[in-house]
Design a protein around this ligand. Structure first.
Ligand SMILES: C[S@@+](CC[C@H](N)C(=O)[O-])C[C@H]1O[C@@H](n2cnc3c(N)ncnc32)[C@H](O)[C@@H]1O
Length: 216
């Protein structure tokens, strides 16, 4: 079975993360409302689309947001309920093509469409982290529970804590990136035990790799 890397609100970061995590997945599921992501996939990962279709959906407002779908939409009254799905291949490493799907629309809808996740990546998406921040609380209770429900046993969560700052069972996801020695830290949430096993890159806050095993 293909191991899926799901990267919502990926922006141009998708190429870097796909390369850094290339040993961990076979199929890339990227999502971003911006058409720029298609360009990044083409230029930096050699993405070639073999199929393209339009997707219409009823936008869902995620908890904690009232304008989830409006970041790139000039109208504050009409949430965007359509976008493109591009299926194809990319070359994360020379000579080793992987299949890839870009869902160029809201990432909450993209999550709904993904059945199984081996690696979940979400970073640098908070109010202070650049123009176009989705503000979608993917690490908050509502959406993180959905992620964990799809995350395979022993799957990975890769994040810098992306804009979160509250108490929750999973708050280590945003606290540990600001500590000196995050490796080995653990927490339990939604029936899984998460253990930090790797730091990716040198940026602050750190991007941490957490492995999710069933609780004992
Ligand atoms: C602050 S940037 C972070 C990008 C990337 N994660 C990184 O680390 O560079 C936020 C990204 O979220 C995208 N975005 C905003 N709202 C979105 C939504 N509702 N669904 C999907 N992507 C969205 C923007 O287009 C932008 O690329």
């Amino acid at each position: 079975m293909k191991r899926v890397l799901f990267h919502p609100c990926c922006g141009q970061d998708v190429a870097r993360m796909a390369k850094l995590l290339s040993d961990e997945f076979d199929h890339l599921e990227a999502s971003d409302v911006s058409p720029y992501s298609v360009q990044v996939l083409r230029e930096e990962l050699g993405f070639v689309a073999t199929r393209e279709r339009t997707h219409q959906f009823a936008p869902e407002l995620a908890s904690g947001r009232t304008d989830l779908h409006l970041v790139r939409n000039p109208s504050t009254l009409r949430p965007v309920g359509s976008g493109r799905i591009l299926d194809g291949t990319c070359s994360v490493r020379p000579g080793a093509p992987k299949s890839a799907t870009l869902r160029a629309f809201d990432s909450v809808e993209a999550l709904r469409m993904v059945d199984r996740i081996s690696v979940f990546v979400f970073r640098r998406d908070g109010p202070t982290e650049g123009e176009g921040s989705s503000g979608i609380p993917f690490l908050g209770n509502t959406l993180f529970q959905r992620i964990v429900a799809k995350l395979e046993v022993g799957g990975l969560v890769v994040t810098d804590g992306a804009g979160m700052n509250c108490d929750a069972d999973q708050s280590e996801l945003w606290r540990a990136p600001r500590t000196d020695h995050p490796i080995g830290r653990k927490f339990t949430a939604f029936g899984r035990e998460f253990r930090c096993e790797r730091v990716l890159g040198k940026r602050s806050p750190q991007t941490l790799v957490w492995r999710a095993d069933p609780t004992r």
